[in-house]
Design a protein around this ligand. Structure first.
Ligand code: COA
Length: 213
């Protein structure tokens, strides 16, 4: 890890990631009570009261560790639409797992999920010295798989757990770096900078996290 906390928010092309805040609790509660959303995430809906949820929420907000960080996902105009997390950071194995939820259905299939994943992945590979990011998704969740594919993830196995069948997907640092380079090259050809000497292009390669498609 770089040793210092990256500045917030972490801005992508369509979304910003920022630390969870107590004002997110009402939306998160609604999403965790929603049977369709929890089913897509291989979980059961939360059935307790909001007061009970809030108490757990408050204690979880204080439970940020170097191995786990949870973000609120908001649009560039500040609307809270979901959450994403990296967790189980393992420096010996050089890997971490990620998860994402776009809880507001009005924002499905419009590229917000892919931008949140790209922004999270850029943040993790930039800030943490890891070789691989992985995730799991239900085998039949084709929208989620398509979203992760767009971000460069490829299938790397299957897992059966608690009666659910999951597809595992991964993104290796070298593949992320290739995507990053090709994104910078595309930007340069779009702005007429193709063919400039490497030192010029290198200075532009220091693009802010979240700038990769
Ligand atoms: C999964 C999720 C994060 C994806 O975010 P999103 O903003 O909807 O995704 P994107 O718009 O970036 O990408 C979705 C892609 O799947 C495609 N898609 C939608 N339904 C599909 C289906 N049934 N089969 C195949 N592809 C599908 C979309 O067309 C889009 O691809 P395209 O850009 O090539 O057209 C979000 O929909 C979500 O949180 N859903 C509810 C919870 C959930 O599924 N959680 C599990 C996460 S592991």
């Amino acid at each position: 890890m770089s040793g210092k906390v990256a500045p917030e928010p972490i801005t992508g092309a369509k979304v910003r990631l920022r630390s969870k805040q107590m004002s997110d609790a009402r939306d998160d509660y609604a999403w965790q009570k929603d049977p369709e959303l929890t089913r897509l995430d291989a979980a059961l809906p939360f059935t307790g009261s909001f007061a009970r949820y809030l108490a757990d929420y408050a204690s979880e907000m204080n439970f940020s560790t170097p191995a786990r960080r949870r973000f609120g996902v908001e649009t560039l105009s500040g609307k809270h639409i979901g959450s994403c997390t990296y967790y189980d950071v393992d420096y010996d194995r050089g890997e971490a797992e990620i998860g994402i939820l776009i809880g507001d259905r009005d924002y499905w299939n419009k590229g917000y999920g892919a931008d949140a994943v790209n922004t999270l992945v850029n943040h993790v590979f930039t800030e943490l010295n890891l070789r691989r990011i992985y995730l799991r998704t239900l085998e039949w969740n084709h929208r989620a798989q398509r979203c992760f594919q767009k971000c460069g993830f490829t299938a790397c196995g299957r897992l059966e757990q608690d009666g659910y069948d999951f597809t595992r997907m991964e993104l290796r640092r070298e593949d992320w770096e290739k995507r990053r380079r090709s994104s910078v090259e595309q930007d340069h050809s779009a702005t007429g900078m193709a063919g400039r000497p490497p030192e010029d292009t290198r200075s532009d390669a220091a693009a802010p996290p979240g700038s990769i498609p």
